[in-house]
Design a binder for this molecule. Structure first.
Ligand code: BGC
Length: 449
């Protein structure tokens, strides 16, 4: 397979995020983010509990802050022409309200380096690293978040005029679900009330910030990215199919349909359909947003079955390791048709908004031997997933680009540093970079024919 099958104008890129790669957490005026705090052990009486596997800390990640020039050159060497990265909000506004000019300077340098090398920057405004001071005021559960975000976004749009492609939020379903319902990601909040508030504010934020950016410059291309997991029932039995529908509503639809103007899909979630749902449903007409592109991020499929013992939703997830041995280092199932199914599903909404795959990739426990990393499983993953993307595109779905996750090995949130997603290996002690076989594979795939 060669990339030219996707057409001349297809966007090929690789993605990273600020918090996962930059390090330099307190350098040049940066403030702490919720992730800097979340990596600190939580003290309870005389005990302290680490919330990140192996006590890893986000502040010792891939040093992109110091290596950005060489990393962008590596991205170019692999044949990519587009680079998706995010801006650390607490580098621009360390306390959420006081501007830090050094933060602006850093991203100007990153953007200039891209442009000098004919790489198109695609910038995500929010990839999960809220300034810690704003979390103290309630973070995403406080409706004020929309004003705080407006200040940050406006500054970015005015300061980085060369950037033509912007993404507002990265995967709201994940940062809201993991961070404000299960408490396994920063800021570690739990419960239904936090979840509903944070979800609604995230949706309002996409809508409002889209308008803010377009008012500044209507020519900018503004999208947002959504996590989409392919969900199946255990088998064709109606009760398992119903379980899959409920899971799909919670994981995918709640965070996507309001933006398309379809309102909150609460019919499956009657059990919750009380106080908070009633409140947010009043505002659901406010959420329709004519995004310029939809960023889709897919990694796997999940399977659900009916479970009469679950008091609320009556569903149970069948974990991937119980049903297959085709697993990644995240214990996620490798299931290439998932990405095709997800693309078809998005297309069925008939929104007429182009789709860009803004993330897709695999975590492995890569080993370095004689200065090389033979990650044939990653190459097979990309090949098989790209075949599925091509199949969807050839069926007429308007898919305009594909970004691999990730350019670099990085901090995989609560999982720490062991699951490696990069096309480029990072030695986390020395910060030395080595291009993996999969990186070389991309160079051929994207190269001249
Ligand atoms: C996120 C990334 C993350 C990746 C793999 C996506 O949910 O946007 O930050 O590293 O998936 O888990």
């Amino acid at each position: 397979m060669h990339s030219n099958l996707f057409g001349e104008h297809f966007y090929w890129g690789a993605s990273i995020s600020a918090a996962q790669t930059e390090s330099a957490a307190l350098l040049d005026g940066k403030g702490l983010s919720i992730w800097d705090d979340f990596c600190e052990p939580k003290k309870k009486f005389f005990l302290s509990k680490h919330r990140i596997k192996n006590k890893h800390h986000i502040q010792e990640s891939s040093d992109f802050y110091f290596h950005y020039e060489a990393d962008i050159l590596r991205l170019k060497q692999l044949g990519f022409k587009h680079f998706r990265f995010s801006i650390a909000w607490s580098r621009i506004y360390p306390d959420g309200e006081t501007l830090n000019p050094s933060g602006i300077d850093f991203y100007k340098k990153v953007i200039d380096t891209c442009l000098k090398n004919n790489i198109e920057p695609w910038v995500t405004l929010y990839h999960w690293d809220l300034p810690a001071t704003l979390e103290k005021k309630g973070g995403w559960t406080n409706p004020e978040i929309i004003n705080w975000f407006e200040l940050f976004a406006t500054t970015c749009i005015h300061s980085f005029k060369e950037v033509k492609h912007w993404m507002i939020l990265n995967e709201p379903s994940v940062f809201v679900g993991a961070g404000y319902f299960f408490g396994i990601h920063a800021p570690g909040k739990k419960g239904f009330e936090n979840f509903i508030k944070a979800m609604h504010h995230a949706n309002l934020c996409i809508h409002h910030i889209f308008k803010v950016i377009k008012n500044i410059n209507p020519d900018l291309k503004v999208g947002s990215t959504f996590s989409f997991t392919h969900i199946e029932g255990l088998n064709q039995d109606v009760k398992h199919q119903k379980a899959a529908e409920i899971a799909d509503t919670l994981i995918n639809r709640l965070f996507f349909e309001p933006i398309l103007g379809l309102g909150y899909p609460t019919e499956q979630l009657k059990i919750f359909n009380k106080k908070y749902f009633n409140l947010i449903k009043k505002e659901e007409e406010l959420l329709k947003t004519p995004l310029d592109f939809i960023g889709i991020q897919n990694y796997t499929r999940e399977v659900f079955k009916h479970n009469p013992f679950n008091p609320f939703l009556k569903i149970k997830q069948i974990e991937a390791h119980k049903r297959t041995s085709e697993l990644t280092a995240m214990n996620w199932e490798i299931h290439p048709p998932s990405i095709y199914e997800v693309l078809k599903k998005i297309n069925n909404y008939q929104s007429n908004i182009p789709i860009i795959v803004t993330e897709n990739g695999i975590a492995l426990n890569d080993q370095i031997n004689d200065n090389s990393i033979q990650d044939s499983q990653r190459i097979a993953f990309y090949q098989s997933h790209l075949e599925q993307v091509l199949k969807a595109k050839n069926e007429g779905i308007d898919i305009q680009g594909y970004f691999a996750w990730s350019l670099l090995d990085n901090f995989e949130w609560a999982e720490g540093y062991y699951p490696r997603f990069g096309l480029i290996h990072v030695d986390f002690e020395t910060k030395h970079r080595t291009i993996k076989e999969s990186g070389h594979w991309f160079r051929e795939f994207l190269g001249e024919t």
